[in-house]
Write a protein that binds this ligand. Structure first.
Ligand code: SF4
Length: 438
């Protein structure tokens, strides 16, 4: 199994691995000698598509050399280019869309019987409950609370690939979270394309779901990824501010700040509303770390709009931000709109990234002398490394530290003493709260 793209895709890969193991297959991350290789693809933007195609081409060579058997391609790229994948990449033996992950056993059975398989189910069907083989870390895991997206931002292809928004039932999610806690998971990372919309179809709210997650023993941190700015309720802000288990870390993709661009891109809310929201969140949630994602070179962005975005970033001092040059995606309304050329979009993305690097360096320097709780993930015999509430896995770096006392629990208390290669470094000790629970 090779899983590309985002955490939401990874959860689907883990579900497929579970189903295959239940059916008696042996699943591994090694491709050499495999009877079949499944590539779970991302097809969100050009760079992701190219990565997926490169992986498939490498596997095609391995197949020709006889080191892998059949090639099965699942996920977003296949959903988006259903016929093209089989036609343009003849080495591929099976394609399976985002509405058919639960059919992976039958797809593999058929493909290993020599058939060429095309499996595309309903991408709007309710999500089915499914076990997972956990692949990330023994201490943290994603929990995907909904599938699809109904926001229909003009540049985004996700609603066409992943279907309309469907929240998973709350009881089922609580059961899954309890199961993760029972396996030793300490940090639960709540994900969906847009978690703020959770439960609306049934009159439920994200805040209710989070309160139930907070009651689960063993889970100490709950981290929230992908909140839509105009759906962040007072109830949710209060909960984040007062509930110790919820990390004071919010990932709120805004994409841009200019009113005209937000409107043309069918984003709800204005730049001023985003500014007000961020100011309100900072005043209500002390120590809050904000993350966002931005797109440079969107249709309608001139130098003035780009400068407005830079000015906003200089003022808001968002601690974490990812920036992408705009990639016009086939079939989206924005694809047909006038836009800056590719080179301009790339140049603007680079200038925003450089600006954000400076903001992040300042933030790291401001933490020197403070004490933080760290989830300890590695020890090389001399130096421990892990993450505080301010670092989400894989995207925000790590904190390294030494300790005179051996750290035996999952968490440590670390005083940050400096910044080395852009990452905080410190001196740690066992965490008292953790010691009580050991
Ligand atoms: S909210 Fe996010 S996933 Fe949904 S359409 Fe907009 S950009 Fe795409």
């Amino acid at each position: 199994m090779i899983s590309l793209g985002c955490a939401k895709n990874l959860v689907n890969a883990e579900q497929m691995m579970y189903l295959l193991e239940q059916a008696g297959y042996e699943v591994s991350g090694e491709t050499e000698g495999a009877d079949a290789v499944i590539v779970n693809t991302c097809g969100f933007i050009d760079a992701a598509k190219s990565e997926a195609i490169d992986v498939i081409l490498e596997l095609a060579e391995a197949k020709a050399a006889g080191t892998v058997g059949r090639i099965v391609v699942t996920g977003c790229l296949t959903q988006r280019y259903q016929d093209e994948v089989l036609k343009e990449l003849p080495e591929v033996d099976a394609v399976c869309g985002t509405g058919s992950y639960d059919q992976i056993v039958s797809v593999c059975d058929r493909v290993l019987n020599g058939q060429t398989v095309k499996e595309f189910g309903d991408i709007d069907a309710p999500e089915k409950e499914c076990g997972r083989v956990l692949t990330t870390s023994p201490l943290w895991e994603y929990i995907k609370i909904a599938e699809g997206c109904s926001n229909r931002c003009a540049f985004c292809v996700i609603p066409y690939i992943r279907g309309r928004y469907r929240s998973r039932p709350m009881d089922e999610l609580v059961r899954e979270a309890e199961g993760l806690a029972a396996q030793g998971i300490r940090e639960l990372i709540v994900i969906a394309q847009d978690i703020t919309r959770y439960g609306k179809e049934r009159g439920e709210t994200l805040a209710e779901l989070l309160r139930r997650f907070c009651r689960i023993d063993g889970i100490r941190w709950i981290r929230l990824h992908y909140l839509y700015p105009d759906d962040i309720t007072e109830e949710l802000i209060d909960l984040v501010a007062t509930e110790p288990k919820i990390c004071k870390y919010l990932d709120i993709p805004i994409q841009h700040i200019n009113d005209g661009i937000l409107k043309t891109m069918c984003r709800r809310g204005t730049g001023q509303e985003i500014r007000d929201l961020f100011a309100r969140l900072r005043s209500r949630i002390p120590g809050l770390v904000l993350r966002t994602s931005l797109i440079a070179g969107l249709p309608g962005e001139g130098e003035e709009e780009h400068e407005e975005l830079c000015e906003f970033l200089r003022e808001a001092r968002i601690e974490r931000a990812g920036v992408f040059p705009y990639s016009p995606e086939e079939g989206t309304p924005a694809e047909k709109m006038d836009r800056p050329d590719e080179e301009t979009a790339r140049r603007r993305a680079e200038s925003i990234a450089a600006l954000q690097d400076r903001i992040m360096d300042d933030y790291n320097q401001s933490r020197v002398g403070t004490e933080v709780t760290v989830l300890v993930e590695e020890f090389d015999g001399q130096v421990y490394s892990g993450r505080s509430y301010a670092e989400s896995p894989d995207i925000d770096g790590r904190i390294r530290f030494t300790s005179e006392e051996t750290i035996t629990g999952d968490f440590a208390r670390v005083t940050i003493t400096g910044v080395v290669d852009g990452e905080p470094f410190g001196i740690g000790m066992p965490d008292e709260e953790e010691r009580k629970t050991l």
